[in-house]
Design a protein around this ligand. Structure first.
Ligand code: NAP
Ligand code: F7E
Length: 384
């Protein structure tokens, strides 16, 4: 049985990848951080009793800033493949914690590579590095390919630039099978709640259920190439199955503004929104309801209240400058021709299917909040 070690297993991608590899017959080891509250919600469904023999998911406490810990885990596990997904991954937050971001995201990658080298595991262990479209930042070319020059625009992206190049350098210097996946934005129902897509799908669901009046956003005009995390973890696996290590762009090739994502996500549950005003004064008003869609996707019992709000053209989207970034990445659009040709990678989800998946999941989740508000009972599994 092959053994994989996933750093960042408790994150969005780590959880999807763990599930994918377990289904392929791997024994998956994961590194999780000690936290004061449970932080394994995304992988709990994969976890068996801790003392059960032949279990296929094993967790280790660790941190990307702790070399000794990482080296010990790699020595104990002897993984065939390491997927280095752990990172302080929020671009806006990285402006507030730049040194920590550099340490965890940049030097953390060096610690993994150096551990494999020092433990003489370079012939045994393959390494996947979670690189990012944020490397292109102030884009020099549209669409972006593996040849497009980088121009990072945040402490996060600069840390990831170091991680990208140290991965290439260890490949060339020590013949390690180490590869970069340059992944464009990918989302899912388990995307962190403060990334823009999930913030929108959660807020629209709450607005539909009359749990929230307005959602405040940052730059509505930036454009992103969004795919589904389920498709993107398959690319990670494929990259490590190649005889020759290399770097690949993973993207859909389609780019959409934040504003259009809001409109499409709203339409998915029958809400019609119109934008007016500009920049800081831009507002999204609820101007209509598609009754049939709303009843099907949200429920008849919520129709009257939302109709009233639409009649009044209530404001549901506002702009809050606190969410703007000191330097913004305005436009990302990837060209994944190399991955499609060499890896045979093809995404199954387009943006519409991604939005459907996220909206359906968040409406269901927020109905639990609505039920709690109305009844006072925390019947968590009521809507399962
Ligand atoms: P995520 O949901 O934010 O997950 C990040 C993971 O890293 C979590 O498990 C987190 O643990 C862990 N982590 C953070 N700091 C750590 C540290 N110091 N030591 C150990 N673990 C640490 O991110 P994601 O969306 O799954 O992304 C996975 C990777 O791909 C990240 O490296 C990200 O930068 C990169 N990436 C993401 C995208 C995207 O669109 N999603 C695109 C390109 C690249 P906790 O659960 O304890 O916080
Ligand atoms: O922002 C704009 C924001 O935080 C997308 C990470 O996974 O993907 C992610 O980084 C865009 C930006 O993702 C809000 O200004 C507007 O232009 O969802 P995001 P990101 O910064 O693209 C890359 C590939 C990674 O590697 C990262 O790890 O949306 N935006 N209003 C907003 N963004 C947020 N978060 N919140 C807002 O209210």
């Amino acid at each position: 049985m092959k053994k994989a070690l996933i750093t960042g297993i408790t994150g969005q991608d780590g959880a999807y990848l763990a599930e994918y590899l377990i289904k392929k017959g791997y024994v998956v080891h994961g590194i999780k951080r000690r936290a004061s509250m449970f932080n394994t919600e995304r992988i709990d469904h994969l976890y068996q009793e801790p003392f059960e023999e032949n279990r296929n998911l094993i967790l280790h406490y660790g941190d990307m800033t702790d070399s000794m810990n990482l080296t010990r885990i790699i020595q104990e596990v002897q993984p065939d493949e390491i997927y280095n997904l752990a990172a302080m991954s929020h671009v806006k937050v990285s402006f507030e914690v730049p040194e920590y971001t550099g340490n965890a995201d940049g030097l953390g990658t060096l610690r993994i590579l150096e551990a494999v080298r020092l433990l003489n595991m370079t012939d045994k262990t393959r390494i996947y590095q979670a690189s990012t479209s944020e490397l292109y930042g102030l884009v020099q070319q549209v669409p972006q390919t593996e040849q497009t020059p980088f121009y990072p625009r945040s402490p996060y992206a600069v840390a990831k630039l170091y991680a990208y190049w140290i991965t290439v350098n260890y490949r060339e210097a020590y013949n390690i099978h180490a590869s970069n996946g340059i992944l464009f934005n990918h989302e899912s129902p388990t995307r962190g709640e403060t990334f823009v897509t999930r913030k929108i799908t959660r807020a629209l669901s709450r607005i539909a259920l009359n749990l929230q009046q307005t959602v405040y956003m940052g730059n509505l005009s930036s454009q992103r190439d969004w795919g589904h995390a389920k498709d993107y973890v398959k690319a990670m696996y494929l990259i490590l199955q190649q005889d020759v290590p290399d770097d690949y762009v993973i993207a859909t090739g389609i780019t959409t503004t934040i504003r259009d994502f809001i409109l499409q996500a709203a339409a998915e549950i029958g809400l019609e929104i119109s934008f007016e005003g500009e920049e800081k004064n831009e507002r999204g008003l609820l101007t209509g309801i598609n009754k049939d869609v709303f009843v099907e996707k949200v429920g008849e019992e919520h129709l009257e209240s939302i109709k009233l709000r639409a009649l009044k053209n209530e404001q549901v989207v506002g702009v809050e400058p606190a969410y703007f970034r000191p330097t913004e990445v305005e436009l990302l659009m990837g060209d994944a021709t190399k991955a499609k040709t060499i890896l045979g990678w093809e995404p199954e989800y387009d943006l519409n299917a991604l939005i459907k998946d996220m909206m359906q999941s968040d409406v269901k989740l927020m109905k639990k909040d609505h039920h709690l508000k109305v009844t006072g009972f925390d019947t968590l599994n009521y809507f399962e």
